[in-house]
Unconditional design. Structure first.
Length: 326
């Protein structure tokens, strides 16, 4: 039986690798594409022996050619954490603009449905709380985070233009803070940062006074939401995340309790334009997709902590190595 083919960009990344697993499990033939600028082949090495998986080492900011039919394209190629997009700002802008343009053109040529991964960062440092899809955001386009925020906002705009002008089947997901196995310990986001510090015996670093909030969604819940959105009839952006909000100070206490490592908490200056609040309104996802998160933070953190504890010790001290892009 011939399998429908799915292209996943950013396949060696945190979310992309989980998507590859899900689509193979669901009976698809998966083409994973990644230029490995932030992705890690170790996330997908378990798939290489499978006939229903292919890996393509390619930068989607360059022309993308895929032979044969495609049913779906899921565009998840992009640096996704501040430590990445502050080091490679131009590549971040290119993958959100040129990369998205290339993949929309591919989808049009293949008559494939495309889902693009946007982000809660399109809301910037929000003045509306919680954030609904009709909120236009509060973004500094020339600030240090602007390269990521505006890349994603442009990505949404060009995706919707292809939908309205060409009639292309498009889906837009706005992803809120997500966590789980295969995150990079050194990616700069608070959860792997805290767990990495706990494993190394370092103090936990809080940026700002710790009153800023985040809402953490376990990766399995997010993947389910992505699949439901892909198969839905909704072309408008949809928030997918866990609305259970917590302050960073409270979160640090949870990590100390979970890890039983008794670290001190130290405070450092808050980065420029860092959002003070982040909480999704998911009423639209509930209504249209019949989706809401199922895995509580206690269970999700336990699973993630077990994953990090079992990593080879040398990975606790790995530093990110990036190629130079212009």
């Amino acid at each position: 039986m011939k399998r429908d083919r799915v292209l996943v960009t950013g396949a060696a990344g945190f979310l992309g690798s989980h998507l590859c697993d899900r689509f193979i499990k669901d009976g698809y033939h998966v083409l994973g594409m990644d230029n490995l600028i932030t992705g890690d082949l170790r996330n997908i090495e378990h798939l290489f022996a499978l006939k229903q998986f292919e890996f393509l080492n390619h930068d989607v900011s360059q022309f993308v050619h895929v032979a044969g039919d495609l049913k779906y394209i899921l565009h998840f190629a992009s640096p996704a954490s501040p430590i990445d997009y502050l080091k490679i700002p131009i590549q971040t802008l290119k993958v959100g603009s040129l990369g998205t343009h290339n993949l929309l053109g591919l989808a049009l040529a293949k008559k494939a449905r495309i889902l693009v991964a946007s982000t809660s960062e399109v809301y910037g440092d929000p003045t509306v709380h919680p954030q609904t899809e009709d909120y236009w955001g509060n973004v500094n386009p020339v600030g240090p985070r602007g390269v990521y925020d505006e890349a994603k906002r442009f990505q949404e705009a060009i995706t919707m233009a292809y939908h309205t002008f060409h009639g292309l089947e498009t889906r837009i997901i706005r992803i809120f803070n997500t966590y789980g196995p295969r995150m990079r310990l050194n990616d700069g986001r608070v959860l792997p940062a805290f767990m990495g510090q706990a494993l190394r015996g370092d103090d936990l670093s809080i940026f700002g006074d710790g009153s800023q909030t985040r809402s953490f969604c376990f990766v399995d819940d997010l993947i389910e939401g992505i699949c439901r959105l892909l198969l839905s009839n909704c072309s408008d952006p949809i928030n997918i995340g866990n609305p259970n909000e917590i302050s960073i100070s409270q979160f640090a206490e949870e990590i100390i309790k979970l890890t039983q490592t008794h670290q001190k908490v130290i405070y450092q200056p808050l980065p420029v334009d860092d959002p003070k609040q982040r909480q999704p309104n998911i009423e639209k996802a509930k209504k249209i997709l019949d989706w809401e998160p199922k895995i509580g933070r206690e269970e999700g953190l336990r699973i993630t902590w077990e994953y990090f504890k079992n990593l080879p010790r040398e990975r606790l001290y790995e530093e990110a190595h990036h190629r130079n892009f212009v």
